[in-house]
Design a protein around this ligand. Structure first.
Ligand SMILES: [Zn+2]
Ligand SMILES: [Zn+2]
Length: 336
């Protein structure tokens, strides 16, 4: 694999409305890995709603400028002397960029809650670029024959969906509701059907309802419509607080509503009766490396269906504008 003389990267310095082009394409010298780092030549980088929230300022920047992007598939271009991955290895890179390994959460196997966790595209530069640096311990080996553009969206939407499903604790024969039906929800639907869980998809978008049925949903309906029978658990994906109430209304006694969102507007006040009978509401924060390997193992046995919408790297602002406008069905993926 040859080294390029320079590489391109989108820098985010001053967040603002995506129409005001807050991202600038810059050219930089080749990246140099530290001892335990690798440099990954980006084959594909997924476009996530979290990227949009950072670019538009809904999530405060942790450093500036920063290169967004946290679902990357690529090949190792350069490796530090202490790295276990070798030049040419195919790897996946996710949101989690590093944890301390010592805090009470890391020690308890909850590294997703680490008090000093760092994240790609937020605390360190991400994959809206030709190449990116990743700590060797936070890069995952992926199969050479799996399409990079199919795999990239799994590395955030799929992994956080996998974690949400674990937290929802639904088992075969039980009923799960999915509220909102974007990239992550369509992957959770497939994961749930592999576990023989009955799935109800709630979305106001008729195109998404049709897509959900095609992917195996047992029932579909509007957000406020009650499912055919009360749900054992629901996962909300739409970034609006009212959806949490819609989901809570549809769950049975002892049911759980899992909120799959890093940023949510206010949850409207609701009658305590909706929460009564031991119902609960939980958030999902970040992912552990075990979640990533768990999802990749499922995908290796049963490749998950993804219909990516491809953009050239230079069109990253357009990909984010399309995501904001909701004009594309599948996940956006940047390719060189
Ligand atoms: Zn993401
Ligand atoms: Zn920690």
């Amino acid at each position: 694999m040859t080294s390029t003389a320079t590489s391109r990267a989108f820098l985010l310095e001053h967040p603002g409305p995506i129409d005001a082009t807050p991202l600038t394409l810059s050219v930089r010298p080749p990246l140099v890995p530290d001892r335990h780092e690798i440099v990954v030549a980006v084959e594909a980088c997924g476009v996530c709603r979290t990227d949009l929230q950072l670019v538009e300022g809904d999530l405060a920047l942790h450093r500036r400028p920063v290169v967004p992007g946290h679902q990357v598939v690529g090949r190792v271009l350069r490796a530090g002397p202490g790295a276990s991955h070798r030049i040419g290895d195919r790897v996946g890179v996710t949101w989690l960029a590093g944890t301390c390994g010592r805090c009470e959460y890391c020690v308890a196997g909850q590294e997703n809650l680490c008090l000093s966790a760092v994240f790609h595209g937020w605390d360190c530069d991400g994959g809206y670029a030709d190449e990116m640096i990743c700590h060797d311990d936070y890069a995952f080996s992926v199969a050479s024959d799996r399409s990079a553009t199919q795999l990239a969206p799994l590395l955030c939407a799929g992994v956080i969906g996998y974690r949400s499903l674990e937290i929802a604790q639904v088992t075969a024969g039980q009923r799960l509701g999915l509220y909102g039906f974007g990239s992550s929800a369509s992957l959770v639907l497939q994961l749930a059907k592999l576990r023989n869980i009955e799935v109800h998809v709630a979305t106001r978008n008729p195109v998404e309802q049709t897509r959900a049925t095609a992917l195996g949903a047992d029932s579909v309906g509007d957000l406020q419509a009650l499912p055919p029978a009360p749900l054992h658990a629901a996962i909300t994906f739409a970034p609006v607080g009212s959806v949490v109430i819609d989901a809570l209304r549809a769950t049975r006694r002892a049911g759980t509503v899992v909120i799959n969102a890093i940023h949510l507007d206010e949850i409207p006040s609701f009658d305590f009766d909706l929460l009564w009978h031991e119902r609960s509401i939980r958030s999902v924060a970040n992912v552990t490396r075990a979640d990533v390997t768990g999802l990749l193992e499922v995908d290796a046995r049963h490749p998950l269906r993804v219909e990516p919408h491809l953009y050239r790297l230079s069109d990253a602002p357009l990909a984010l504008r399309d995501l904001a406008a909701g004009t594309i069905g599948g996940p956006g993926v940047l390719i060189p």
